[in-house]
Design a protein around this ligand. Structure first.
Ligand code: HEC
Ligand SMILES: [Cu+2]
Length: 406
């Protein structure tokens, strides 16, 4: 149950209340229960596993403490004045203090001090949260596009010297900062993984660099937080945080990864052929024109890197997860713009779709051929040692989405 429902429940209880206090207690209990459930599910800006969020928390504590002191002080002065100077007690005209310099300086001075203290604390927090740890060799280049993300690791290189890249799933180490270098290829997007730090806008041509970190291994939800088009809400990503050993295992496996070569004559082999060459006679574009697969000639960059697609547990930039992602793969290849608004991946069932507002007709693959391509995609797996999802499974972190588990 989410907070909204529990609040509504609380309100209903109040309405029909006879023993109001008992019901209030019940409502409180319900809220506490809900809170318990949510603490396992929704971890957002209140999550103190990243240094950014801890800094913000500390600043909030100071601000809240200052507010309480001010509130109590002002209330006390107000009540004192109201009671002390009631008309009953003071029949004569009150004493006038216009032009009392001391009092005026005092009354201006207090707010100036308050604002100064809070400003200094804010600037200190800004200084603590902004600097980039230049020494961090853990670096991820995040590229935002309508409506997906590519994450490249310039310091993790394949034998051919190309940066390891993954679409929509970002792997980071725990316990030390990872430098994120953010860019956009089309419109303005916004990178936000609430547990790990601030939001940063991805503006074409303007690079943003900052650090994210967390102490706690797990899967963190990320979203595009800027209205960037039809599938703004479907432009999600996962950040998978792994302890050093597991992270290293991922990095090694990814660096040495070369997509497996399917057995000749198998469905996967037919899928591979279609992936690389398409089917020109029916207008079906080669997937390789837009997708990269490490260790094969496929080097396209118009769509997410599919090198480890079989390891991924999300599809359509986090639009589906787990079982559902598996189920949606065939419909996705057939006609992704019908299942994800605004997707510019071509259709393969001959239906039309929009690219920059222009109607475009997709090519044609038979159901069997689409099945073969899907079979090939499922073989694109990191070895078990580098499978970051399996590594994180035993930390038993639920998938974290703003607003609860989906
Ligand atoms: C013209 C370029 C283009 C071609 C050709 C193309 N794709 Fe895509 N593909 C994309 C784009 C762009 C996306 C991202 C869409 C989105 O999420 O909004 C995508 C996304 C995907 C995804 C989802 C990845 C993820 O993790 O979310 C899969 C799987 C995929 N494509 C497979 C294929 C296959 C298989 C083919 C060939 C039959 C193919 N694509 C052909 C551009 C292309
Ligand atoms: Cu976006």
């Amino acid at each position: 149950m989410n907070t909204k429902q529990s609040r509504q429940q609380g309100r209903l209880d109040w309405k029909g209340s006879k023993g109001a206090s008992r019901l209030a207690l019940a409502a409180l209990g319900l809220a506490a229960l809900t809170g318990c459930q949510e603490s396992q599910q929704t971890l957002t800006i209140g999550d103190l596993a990243s240094s950014y969020n801890r800094e913000m928390w500390n600043l909030s504590l100071w601000a809240i403490a200052a507010s309480i002191v001010i509130f109590v002080g002002v209330s006390a002065a107000l009540f004192y004045t109201v009671f002390r100077f009631r008309e009953d007690n003071n029949k004569e005209e009150p004493q006038q203090f216009h032009g009392n310099e001391k009092l005026e300086v005092f009354l201006v001075g207090i707010p100036v001090v308050i604002v100064m203290v809070l400003s200094i604390l804010s600037v200190r927090t800004m200084a603590n949260t902004n600097p980039v740890d230049k020494s961090s060799t853990d670096r991820v280049e995040a590229l935002a596009m309508q409506f997906w993300w590519n994450f490249a690791y310039p310091n993790i290189k394949s034998p051919e010297g190309a940066a390891v890249t993954n679409g929509n799933e970002m792997v980071v180490p725990t316990g030390r900062p990872t430098t994120v270098v953010l860019n956009s290829r089309d419109v303005v997007h916004e990178f936000w993984a609430p547990n790990l730090g601030p939001q940063r806008q991805a503006i074409p041509g303007s690079e943003k660099i900052w650090n994210i970190d967390t102490d706690r291994p797990g899967v963190y939800q990320g979203n595009c937080n800027y209205l960037c088009g039809a599938s703004h809400a479907n432009m999600r990503f996962k950040v998978i945080a792994l302890p050093d050993a597991e992270y290293k295992a991922f990095a090694d496996a990814a660096a040495n990864y070369a997509a497996p070569t399917p057995t000749p004559g198998s469905a996967e082999a037919r899928g591979y052929e279609l992936f690389m060459k398409g089917k020109p006679e029916t207008g079906a574009l080669a997937c390789a024109a837009c997708h990269r697969v490490q260790g094969t000639p496929a080097a396209g960059a118009a769509g997410p890197d599919l090198s480890f697609f079989g390891t991924r547990r999300t599809l359509g930039a986090g639009m589906w997860e787990g079982e559902k992602a598996q189920e949606m793969l065939i419909p996705w290849i057939k006609h992704s713009p019908q299942v994800k608004p605004g997707s510019i991946m071509p259709t393969y069932d001959g239906s039309t779709y929009l690219v920059n507002g222009k109607e475009t007709k997709g090519g044609l693959l038979t159901d069997a051929e689409i099945g073969d391509v899907a079979a090939y995609l499922r073989t694109l797996k990191l070895p078990e040692s580098g499978d970051y999802w399996q590594s994180v499974d035993h930390f038993n972190q639920p998938t974290i989405l703003p607003g609860g588990v989906q």
